[in-house]
Write a protein that binds this ligand. Structure first.
Ligand SMILES: C[S@@+](CC[C@H](N)C(=O)[O-])C[C@H]1O[C@@H](n2cnc3c(N)ncnc32)[C@H](O)[C@@H]1O
Length: 255
């Protein structure tokens, strides 16, 4: 699992949102990693919080881990003949390093641990409906098993793990939950089967997990799914028509 992250501008492209539109909102980024989303969003007046299990470590350790992971990943992408042909790998690495340099000072400044929380899916330490919007990029789908279209051999992130993770992300979200990517890392790309199953279960009100704490589907409320076109470059331009985030939106009924 790679510990590197992207810039706020990349989040805007992935999810089709602007920091401006999130101003004054309470927003969760999970996983946040060494992405600069939280730092840049907070600077723009967003009440943003990031979650990652590696936040148990100090800034120096995270810097080293991130630099190593960027170098390793770019090297393996350069030798991979698959879906990355449209990517400028130098720009890809520069982008991750730029995000790290914005992340680290903000991470170090957060001594009270209110913006960067050490926790992991599928069990988040937040109240029900605490966030107006939740963003989750490059963990779900991406790190599923290659047999399902992800990149992590022997992945612990099974379909049931994905279902439990989405249920807890929905639980802490009052407005909308946004997931990216939604396609496989195959050439050609397809809609990821776990995304199709998540949508199917939400639409048939059948979203239950083996995770006991979350097993009461009746308390979940009413949600709608839609795909939002994304302009984020994944390196597989031939599949751009499938490039989208999944928006899972809570339906608020007026009385
Ligand atoms: C590639 S980064 C994505 C960062 C950012 N969202 C982005 O798109 O740039 C994936 C992150 O997932 C974190 N992670 C791994 N297992 C996790 C879990 N169970 N719950 C939450 N985050 C996890 C890793 O530590 C890593 O920082």
């Amino acid at each position: 699992m790679q510990f590197f992250g992207r810039l706020a501008a990349d989040y805007e492209a992935m999810f089709g949102v602007t920091l401006e539109s999130l101003k004054g909102k309470r927003v969760l980024d999970c996983p946040s990693g060494p992405s600069s989303f939280v730092a840049q969003a907070c600077a723009a007046g967003v009440d943003a919080v990031g979650v990652d299990p590696l936040y148990e470590h100090g800034a120096n350790e995270l810097r080293q881990r991130c630099m190593d992971d960027i170098a390793y990943t770019v090297k393996s992408m350069a030798t991979y003949e698959g879906a990355y042909s449209d990517l400028d790998l130098q720009a890809y690495a520069d982008n991750k390093r730029a995000a790290l340099e914005l992340f680290l000072p903000d991470y170090e400044a957060d001594r009270a641990g209110v913006r960067y929380i050490n926790a992991s899916l599928p069990t988040l330490p937040f109240a029900d409906g605490e966030f107006d919007h939740t963003f989750s990029a490059h963990l779900l789908v991406t790190y599923s098993d290659p047999a399902s279209g992800g990149i992590l051999p022997n992945s612990p992130f099974t379909l049931e793990w994905h279902i439990a993770a989405v249920i807890d992300l929905m639980r802490v979200t009052r407005g909308s939950l946004h997931l990216y990517p939604t396609t496989t890392r195959t050439n050609p790309a397809r809609r990821h089967p776990y995304i199709e199953e998540i949508v199917r279960r939400i639409e048939t009100k059948n979203l239950r997990s083996h995770h006991e704490r979350n097993s009461n589907a009746d308390n979940m409320g009413v949600w709608k799914c839609r795909f939002e076109p994304s302009t984020y470059q994944r390196g597989d331009a031939s599949q751009n028509y499938l490039n989208a985030s999944l928006v899972i939106e809570r339906q608020h009924h007026s009385h």
